[in-house]
Design a protein around this ligand. Structure first.
Ligand SMILES: [Zn+2]
Length: 102
C-alpha cells in the first residue's frame, strides 16, 4: 500500500458510483508542491490538450481553404455553360494568361 503522502493528489470518480476518491497511483511528478501520477500530470494534460487543439485547427484550416477554393472556382465559372465548362475554362485561363504576360 502506498503511503497517502506519496499518492497522486487528484480526486477521481469511481466508475459506476457517485463517490470520488484520491487517485490510488503513486505520485511520481511534483508540481507546485503537489504530487501527480503520470496520467494526471497537469503539464502532460496541457500538452495533450494543445496537441488536440493544433490538430483541430489544422483540420479546420484545411476545410476553410477547400471551401474558399470551391467558392473561387464557382465564381470563376460564373456564366459558363456546364457543357462548355472545362474547354471554356481552359480557354479563358489561357486567354487571361496571355493578357497577363503582355
Ligand atoms: Zn493520478
Amino acid at each position: 500500500m502506498i503511503d497517502q503522502k506519496d499518492q497522486c493528489c487528484v480526486s477521481v470518480w469511481t466508475e459506476g458510483s457517485y463517490c470520488e476518491h484520491q487517485c490510488s497511483r503513486r505520485g511520481v511528478i511534483e508540481r507546485d508542491g503537489k504530487r501527480y501520477c503520470k496520467q494526471h500530470d497537469p503539464m502532460r494534460k496541457k500538452a495533450a490538450e494543445d496537441k488536440r487543439k493544433a490538430a483541430w485547427k489544422a483540420a479546420s484550416d484545411a476545410s476553410q481553404k477547400a471551401y474558399d477554393r470551391r467558392v473561387a472556382c464557382e465564381a470563376a465559372c460564373e456564366g459558363v455553360a456546364t457543357c462548355e465548362l472545362v474547354p471554356g475554362l481552359v480557354a479563358r485561363l489561357l486567354a487571361d494568361k496571355e493578357i497577363r504576360s503582355d
